[in-house]
Design a protein around this ligand. Structure first.
Ligand code: ME8
Length: 642
């Protein structure tokens, strides 16, 4: 009989910068689910890839002095390396710059245009460049992007539009009839109430102000909107729209599209409508997971609080990081990452609970049975409750994983691990060992412990791909014969195996030393923010209204009771002016006297701390602090800068 199929996708990762552990979270969950399904006998297709088009990427490439293709090629290589490092075993990796994808996207665009679902008009509205999203006035939050809180820009251009509005009722009906379609429920309610019920507006699906994208085939000055381009990957990756669409016919519709909560909107509204318009079945589920927060703040490049997974894996191993990500974050809710939480979790769960259980068990088998796993003998009073839990753990893990809850699955496994440690305390093998008459009981205890470790290792495979092998090795078992999921029930261990004590699988970490190493290893350096995004484009006339002048600083003093402010007396030609500048934390007053600085001379005067400031000093800032702008050679005071 053919295996049932399971098609699971991660979103496509933007290729505008290196990925952090928040990104790794999406892929690690997807990989754990895929591994679980493979163990359960499914023919799994795990899709991941990269989102490589759009204005943001074009600009970032320009800023790095590279052609966009060369720039994204470099990043794609680092992303693939990261998945390898984290043991993320994908089946298909799609790049939106792949020719077959681009051709299929053009085909989709053309089909929708021909059938009248895409039409040409003019776009006017608000655009958030970092999010590559359009908003109506009503959708803005305090005049800013409702998703990321950054500035939006007013755009007006000839564009193609996609008739979302036409499909609104059909989508709402579908969502209402399929409660499992958008999960968790909070996301589903948000989609219905915040987005669909207030009314969907037609979506602008082409741009003309940049060219790094898929060209509209019949009107090549337009490029296809990045989200239409990127979302299509879920079918183009399977060969939809190409000569060979056998994978598409095999795996579509997807079982789960997995993603962070901020992009559920695209997957639960725009994507299903595209599919409806293409007359294709909808994915079975769109699941929005929560965010990984760093000190309660969303990890994101623009905030400069990102944590790079690469040094973490180098120091603690990929299984440790995977375990943390899968365990710490209740699926659907947000979770926290701090170095303290991370180390504490590794010590408690991996070093103490799991690591100790293994090393104690192996050491006792060596000590009392010359290293040979004994066949069980007489029962003890404590066997039944351990074995009962061991029987049900597999079911609990299955139930959790079938509902996409890796955290719950790991909790169930750790309940068993903790129970087994408690079993050692209850049965006290070192006491049993003292009486020859209790040798049968001692054998039972050590057999049960080894057996529980054996089956725990089977259950751990989806989450920690490397650790099970190390557990089996110490128990003298051969991985290739142990991995089968169905064997994860007690009593299947063949006695007589020779155990082999090895190194601690998770050595206990010294919290203080690790935190110090964390600082030293420059996590903070990796966390440097990228160049801030550019402001809205202005023309030369607009710019020339700003009058910049070089002035001589005649005197400078601190403003009382204001840590940040200096009061400067400057000469603009013969004119004297007072300027208040927020640079006191970076300059001593005397450092500035005699210097030339550049000011905005026609800025409307403003009262700051009771002093009228007649202009503004220009300064640049980076992570080292602030530097005032000064001409490269002394010029006449009052000279214009432009
Ligand atoms: O959104 N915590 O790509 P992306 C948890 N290209 N998850 C996080 C996170 C955090 N701090 N930061 C990012 C895109 N992610 C689009 C998708 S799909 C057709 C196009 C997750 O690189 C994020 O939620 O910004 C998403 O699931 C994934 O990383 C990629 O995000």
């Amino acid at each position: 009989m053919a295996k049932p199929t399971y098609y699971l996708t991660t979103p496509l990762y933007y290729t505008s910068g290196r990925l952090h552990i928040g990104h790794a979270y999406t892929s690690v969950i997807a990989d754990a689910i895929a591994r679980y399904k493979r163990l359960r006998g499914y023919d799994v297709c795990l899709l991941t890839g990269t989102d490589e088009h759009g204005q943001k990427i074009q600009r970032t490439a320009e800023a790095a002095g590279k052609q966009p293709q060369e720039f994204v090629d470099g990043l794609v290589a680092t992303i693939k390396d990261l998945w390898q490092l984290l043991d993320v075993e994908y089946d298909v990796f799609i790049r939106t710059t792949a020719e077959h994808h681009e051709r299929a996207v053009q085909g989709i665009f053309e089909k929708l245009y021909k059938q009248g679902d895409i039409y040409k008009s003019e776009y006017q509205g608000w655009y958030c460049e970092p999010c590559e999203s359009f908003f109506t006035e009503r959708q803005l939050k305090d005049g800013k992007c409702p998703d990321c809180g950054r500035e939006v820009q007013w755009l007006k251009e000839e564009s193609y539009f996609f008739k979302l509005s036409k499909y609104q009722d059909r989508l709402l009906k579908y969502i209402e009839e399929h409660p499992e379609f958008i999960q968790p429920v909070s996301r589903r309610n948000e989609m219905i109430n915040t987005f669909i019920k207030p009314g969907l507006e037609d979506l602008c699906v082409s741009r003309t102000t940049f060219d790094w994208g898929v060209k509209v085939p019949f009107d090549p000055k337009h490029v296809v909107y990045v989200w239409l381009d990127a979302l299509s990957n879920y079918i183009t990756a399977l060969g939809y729209g190409s000569d060979d669409d056998s994978a598409f016919r095999r795996y579509w519709p997807a079982d789960v599209h997995l993603m962070g909560k901020e992009i559920v909107r695209f997957h639960a509204i725009i994507w299903p409508i595209i599919l409806m318009a293409l007359d294709l079945p909808l994915p079975k589920q769109v699941f929005g997971h929560g965010w990984l927060l760093f000190d309660d703040d969303k990890m994101s490049k623009s905030k400069g609080n990102v944590v790079d997974p690469v040094p973490l894996v180098a120091r603690y191993g990929s299984d440790a990081l995977r375990y943390y990500l899968l365990r710490e974050i209740a699926f659907g809710a947000d979770g926290n990452f701090t170095p303290e939480l991370f180390i504490t979790r590794l010590n408690a769960d991996l070093a103490n609970d799991l690591g100790n259980l293994l090393s104690r068990t192996v050491a006792m088998i060596e000590k009392y049975f010359a290293g040979q796993i004994p066949a069980p003998g007489e029962a003890t009073d404590f066997d039944a409750s351990l074995l009962e839990l061991a029987y049900t753990t597999k079911d609990q893990v299955e139930q959790a994983m079938d509902n996409l809850r890796p955290q719950v699955a790991l909790e169930a496994i750790w309940q068993l691990v903790k129970r087994a440690n408690k079993y050692i305390d209850e049965t006290m093998p070192w006491v049993l060992a003292k009486e020859e008459a209790k040798r049968g009981q001692l054998a039972t205890v050590l057999y049960n412990l080894a057996d529980v470790l054996r089956l725990t290792a089977i259950l751990l495979q989806p989450f920690m791909p490397r650790t099970p092998q190390r557990i089996w090795e110490q128990l003298g078992l051969v991985a290739s014969q142990e991995a089968q999921w169905e064997q994860a029930v007690p009593g299947r261990l063949a006695a007589g195996q020779q155990v082999k004590k090895g190194e601690a699988i998770f050595p206990r970490l010294d919290l203080k030393a690790e935190l110090a190493a964390w600082e030293e290893e420059g996590q903070k350096e990796e966390a440097k923010p990228l160049t801030p995004p550019l402001a809205e484009e202005v023309d030369i006339d607009y710019f020339s209204k700003v009058d910049l002048r070089v002035v001589n600083v005649l005197a400078a003093e601190r403003v009382p009771k204001a840590d940040r402010l200096l009061k400067l007396q400057v000469a603009l030609g013969p004119e004297r002016r007072t300027i208040v500048a927020g640079i006191a934390q970076h300059y001593e007053p005397e450092e500035l006297v005699g210097k030339q600085v550049v000011i905005v001379a026609n800025l409307k005067p403003a009262k700051i701390r009771g002093i009228e400031s007649q202009g503004m000093v220009l300064a640049a800032s980076d992570e080292k602090g602030l530097a005032v702008l000064t001409p490269q050679r002394p010029v006449e005071a009052g000279s214009k800068a432009k």
